[in-house]
Design a protein around this ligand. Structure first.
Ligand SMILES: [Zn+2]
Ligand SMILES: [Zn+2]
Length: 169
């Protein structure tokens, strides 16, 4: 796995946790590879506000304080791991098999630190659809994505069309 892919996947994981999505294939795979159990609801609920603040800051390119707060609470522990066999060495920001919230905290804090500093490989956006507010990872070529999903994009297109027709009388 390339380094940027690892940062990108951890960023996707952070966004997914904050959006409250049902566990994706990526999340299940990341947890399985690193021997992490799904976090308990209570601990997760206590952890999410700090993660949300850091994701929001990273989506706007700052302020850096929420990211630093997450880093302070969950300091990354950098290791090199090749659990997928020879040639698969990549950076880890948390030990395998660690408590889920600690692992997420360290890993997501390190990834979001890259994003807030403008690492060109990953951009976080926030959906422009009315009443959505979900975050997404923008990996489009020119970073032109504006919506979290096709559903939000078409909902917005339809609303704009109706508004134009109404204005035209
Ligand atoms: Zn790994
Ligand atoms: Zn949306």
């Amino acid at each position: 796995m390339r380094y940027v892919d690892y940062i990108g996947n951890l960023t996707r994981l952070a966004v997914e946790m904050v959006n409250g999505d049902v566990p994706s294939e990526l999340r299940q795979e990341m947890f399985r590879q690193h021997r992490i159990a799904e976090p308990g609801t209570e601990r997760l609920d206590a952890f999410l506000p700090a993660l949300r603040a850091a994701v929001e800051a990273a989506s706007q390119g700052g302020p850096v304080d929420p990211v630093n707060a997450l880093l302070e609470r969950h300091p990354p522990l950098i290791r090199v791991d090749d659990h997928d066999g020879e040639g698969s060495a990549h950076l880890h920001f948390a030990p395998n098999g660690e408590d889920a919230v600690n692992w997420l905290g360290r890993s997501c804090a390190a990834a979001l630190a890259h994003v807030v500093c403008g690492d060109p490989a990953v951009t976080i956006g926030r959906c422009h659809a009315v009443d959505c507010g979900r975050f997404y990872v923008d990996d489009s070529r020119n970073r032109t994505r504006r919506f979290c999903s096709n559903a939000c994009a078409s909902r917005t297109t339809v609303a704009a069309y109706r508004a134009r027709r109404k204005a035209a009388g």
